[in-house]
Design a protein around this ligand. Structure first.
Ligand code: GDP
Length: 362
């Protein structure tokens, strides 16, 4: 499963957010692809379309799709030189597919700030510098190897050496790799380095209950994210933490009191899901209505493979109905009668929300 790592300076609210995200007790047997590790949380992806499908199919159960979040604590200034818990944590970030960068945008004198005053831009810079330094080390080693290989090598070795020299220069200025303008070929070449600052980033602004509007700290973070073409999601982690512990009925009341339709966490989860380049397709039957995750661009056999590798190997065809058609036409039968249920082959690329049924040989 793809996972997002949660980073940020100490005391900005990472653990509070992680605990809120993972408070939902979800039956692990539904998610055999997910990791069992205390720092890794398996989090259901909220999706109102599941209920709409269930209203038509009346299944025995509804199973949302899930994604993984990792709490990466211990990142402080000097981590790249082994300060704090240093390198171990950098290694954890390397294994993630995207980064959620939590920044503190609330003032509370009872919560100590590791660097003195509250200043989200400085905080973000401290973390970015550490991550860029860690990547710089990686890039220097890769460059030295590549330069040797280029002496005796061909075109590809020379292209690689040139790229890695450019990477070293870029990172040496403390700039994240994602901010650079690289060709697709060069991105491919960099992939094997697992560079941390090449991963997509979502900023999570941890604000106070009243800090969603007229909050200059949040505004400065938004301006920074805009420059980078990144997104900001504002949440109040403390409030989300309290809410996550409530029973469903109490949660609904709590939200209504705040004038909200859903927990702020849902926005974080969905934004992280998009950041990872993921999309959802559905299966719908009397046993279960279920959401499954594939990468954007996945083919029908790859989608079948998410359910079971046998489905991918023996793939024959997929019956596909767009979500809007399925719901609008009252389900599979209606879609079929209206000619909206399609038979698709191996080359078909899955669309967001497709309702699918696979035919396969075993
Ligand atoms: P971490 O070190 O980044 O994991 O930070 P924690 O999640 O442990 O939070 C640090 C402190 O900030 C704890 O005392 C939290 O209760 C508090 N905190 C977290 N989120 C909020 C928030 O939204 N508002 C306020 N006022 N305090 C918060």
């Amino acid at each position: 499963a793809l996972r997002a790592g949660i980073v940020g300076l100490p005391n900005v609210g990472k653990s509070t957010l992680f605990n809120a995200l993972t408070a939902a007790d979800i039956p692990a047997e539904n998610y055999p692809f997910c990791t069992i590790d205390p720092n890794v949380g398996v989090v259901p992806v909220p999706d109102p379309r599941l209920q709409a499908l269930a209203d038509i199919v009346n299944p025995a159960k509804i199973v949302p799709t899930a994604m993984e979040f990792v709490d990466i604590a211990g990142l402080v200034a000097g981590a790249a030189q082994g300060e704090g818990l240093g390198n171990k944590f950098l290694a954890h970030i390397r294994e993630t597919d995207a980064v959620l960068h939590v920044a503190r945008c609330f003032v509370d004198d009872d919560v100590t700030h590791v660097a003195g005053a509250v200043d989200p831009l400085r905080d973000v810079d401290i973390i970015d510098t550490e991550l860029a330094l860690a990547d710089l080390e990686t890039a220097i080693r890769a460059r030295d190897r590549a330069l040797k290989a280029a002496k005796a090598g061909g075109k590809e070795e020379i292209a690689r050496a040139k790229l890695y020299e450019a990477l070293v220069a870029h990172l040496d200025e403390g700039r994240p790799v994602r901010a650079g303008d690289w060709s697709e070929a060069d991105r491919q070449r960099m992939y094997e380095l697992h560079l941390i600052t090449a991963k997509p980033v979502l900023y999570v602004a941890n604000v106070d209950e009243n800090g969603f509007e007229n909050n200059p700290l949040l505004d400065t973070l938004r301006a920074r994210a805009d420059e980078e073409g990144a997104q900001v999601v504002a949440v109040c982690a403390a409030l989300e933490g309290e809410m996550a512990l409530l029973e469903e009925a109490d949660k609904a009341e709590f939200l209504a009191d705040l004038g909200l339709e859903e927990p702020g966490l849902n926005r974080v989860i969905r934004a992280a899901y998009r950041l990872l380049g993921l999309q959802t397709y559905f299966t719908a039957g009397p046993k279960e209505v279920r959401a499954w995750t594939v990468r954007i661009g996945a083919t029908a056999p790859q989608a079948a493979g998410v359910i079971h590798t046998d489905f991918e190997r023996g793939f024959i065809r997929a019956e596909v109905t767009a979500y809007d058609d399925y719901v609008g036409l009252g389900g599979e039968q209606g879609a079929k009668e209206a000619g909206r249920l399609r038979l698709e082959g191996k080359e078909y690329r899955v669309n967001e929300g497709d309702v699918m049924h696979f035919r396969f040989n075993v």
